[in-house]
Design a protein around this ligand. Structure first.
Ligand code: SF4
Length: 325
């Protein structure tokens, strides 16, 4: 067998070992495999038709040095009372498995493992590992102080030299439950020094009113406060320079939901490359705040058919806010 295929099989077996070891630590008494090992390579598929016998894996695991061997192969397998790793090792699956130290309940657990499918657990109350997610910092300043620090002539990024007229700060209700975040000002905003005041801004006003709110109820801003030339998307260095001020504003306002408008803003805020069409329609997380990505009003002006999706997104936001009192 070629070395690369041998390595793949070895990695696969080590992966199965991880799960078997984990289930043994849970107190699993019965473990059975269903199906066959399926791989893309036809030659391997033929060779791997024989079902794997879990008893073989269990006997392998029960060897005195098996666990230490496995731990050396998979660095984040730890005793139940071990501290979680600071970073998740690439390719590790155990980081997503339930915490042994938080498993409650007693009695045997019957588990069925289906290759390539989910692990089904019966009678096993599982609490997922608590992962330390970054949260919003406690507010120690006001929106006015943040604006003063940015100043009217900010030169922290090259957008200051590329034809902007005004720094466009966020506006609205400093105690808003709902915040809208766009990408950067356009021509109208640059001229007036206010976010979302052009045609797209008028459409945003209608979107806000569609869920029974007004612009005075919400907080509106952009990731970048200066207009990029030709309305191009802000570049990475420009976003890195300006985004911290938005984060500080979010920490002050502490909205329950942020609606982020358009692909560029959504991908910047959520630090992802997932297309807006896949991001929208459900909540994401930004430092503990729910984030609903949706299409930018300027895009809706070009493609009004997308209004239906935005309305669906806004209904989700409205319904969530209604549950928050
Ligand atoms: S985009 Fe932000 S960081 Fe860049 S010059 Fe404008 S206010 Fe300053």
């Amino acid at each position: 067998m070629p070395a690369t295929e041998n390595t793949e099989i070895t990695e696969l077996i080590a992966d199965v070992r991880e799960q078997v070891l984990y289930l043994q630590e849970l107190g699993v008494e019965t473990l059975e495999f269903c199906g066959e090992l399926r791989v893309e390579n036809e030659e391997l598929k033929t060779e791997s038709r024989e079902p794997l016998q879990i008893s073989n894996l269990r006997s392998e695991i029960s060897k005195p040095d098996a666990i230490s061997n496995l731990r050396s192969q998979v660095p984040n397998i730890k005793p139940a009372n071990a501290k979680p790793p600071e970073t998740k090792p690439a390719g590790s699956r155990l980081a997503s498995l339930p915490s042994l130290s938080k498993l409650s309940g007693s009695g045997p657990v019957r588990t069925k493992v289906d290759q390539g499918g989910p692990i089904e657990m019966e009678n096993a109350p599982i609490i997922l590992n608590t992962v330390e997610l970054p949260m919003l910092p406690e507010p120690t300043e006001t929106i006015e102080q943040i604006r003063a620090e940015i100043g009217p002539d900010c030169t922290r990024c090259k957008l200051s030299e590329l034809g902007r007229s005004k720094v466009v700060n966020s506006t609205g209700n400093f105690n808003a439950d709902l915040m809208f975040v766009g990408e950067a000002p356009g021509a109208d905003e640059d001229e007036q020094g206010k976010p979302f005041v052009g045609r797209a801004g008028q459409l945003l006003t209608k979107i806000i009113e569609s869920i029974g709110l007004t612009r005075d109820d919400v907080f509106i801003g952009n990731i970048n406060r200066c207009r990029p030339p030709g309305n191009r998307a802000p570049e990475t260095d420009e976003t890195i320079a300006c985004k911290p001020y938005l984060k500080r504003e979010v920490a002050v306002v502490r909205p329950k939901v942020i609606v982020v408008l358009g692909a560029t803003a959504a991908q910047n805020l959520l630090e992802t490359k997932v297309p807006i069409g896949k991001l929208r329609g459900h909540f994401h997380d930004y430092l503990g705040v729910k984030v609903m990505p949706t299409f930018h009003p300027a895009y809706l002006l070009r493609d009004p058919h997308k209004k239906r999706e935005v309305w669906e997104d806004m209904k989700i936001v409205r319904d969530y806010l209604n549950t928050q009192g």
